[in-house]
Design a protein around this ligand. Structure first.
Ligand SMILES: CC(=O)CC(=O)O
Length: 229
């Protein structure tokens, strides 16, 4: 894998699998900005309590599952589905650790994996949106080569909310492209309000472990501006 910095972007060939078992990998030539990434967009998020240990990567605990639409003027625009667990990081601070994550941009896969050990894979996203006065409704479907992952439907009036500060920490265990533990901060602002959110995690898909988790609440974050890095 060669990396060359050109015009403030990193150009990199990376082998990405759209299958969980990594059996089939395709090579993509990618280009992504250096850290920090100044991202803009919207997100739809629910918090779940998983009451039992599923496997080493999915111990019991509090998980956030989110759909994100990164839009212009972000340096990369893409859709994302992720689950992240709330942890106490190795420095003793509260943080989240991204467990499962898919995007529809090979550039984002390469940047996320190489800069911060975020284990991004590729997926396809579709959906729709409608509004009725201040009420916005969004539907989403996400799938990868092995089949559907999840669908979601959210309704919210977040456009009425003021923009407030949003901060957080992320700690990632090392992966092939970034073998050391990675630490990154998120710092920005967003309009954020509770929302009505419902999810269907495909029973044969990689988020099936959330099917018997208990939903604690849902939120929509709109018009966010956030620096990751
Ligand atoms: C830091 C990032 O890689 C942003 C994202 O979650 O896509």
């Amino acid at each position: 894998m060669a990396t060359i910095a050109t015009h403030q972007r990193v150009e990199q060939s990376i082998a990405i699998s759209t299958r969980i078992d990594n059996r089939i990998r395709e090579t993509y030539v990618t280009s992504y900005p250096p850290a920090p990434w100044h991202m803009h967009g919207s997100m739809w998020l629910s918090v779940y309590r998983l009451g039992h240990h599923v496997d080493e990567r999915h111990p019991k605990g509090i998980y956030a599952v989110a759909l994100v639409d990164y839009t212009d003027p972000s340096p990369l625009t893409y859709h994302e589905l992720l689950s992240a667990r709330v942890i106490t990081a190795s420095n003793g601070k509260k943080a989240v650790s991204v467990v499962d994550i898919w995007v529809d941009s090979p550039d984002s896969v390469a940047g996320g994996r190489t800069l911060w050990a975020i284990p991004k894979g590729l997926a396809k996203f579709s959906g729709g949106a409608s509004t009725k006065g201040p009420l916005a409704t969004h539907t989403w479907e996400a799938s990868h080569d092995e089949g559907p992952i999840a669908t979601a439907r959210f309704s919210d009036v977040t456009q009425l909310a003021p923009r407030l500060p949003m901060k957080g920490n992320v700690e990632q265990p090392g992966i092939e492209e970034h073998p050391d533990t990675a630490w990154l901060t998120m710092d920005g602002r967003a309009r954020l309000l509770p929302a009505h959110g419902s999810w269907n995690f495909d029973p044969d898909g990689p988020l099936a472990y959330l099917r018997d988790a208990t939903k604690i609440g849902s939120f929509r974050g709109k018009d966010f501006e956030i620096a990751f890095g």
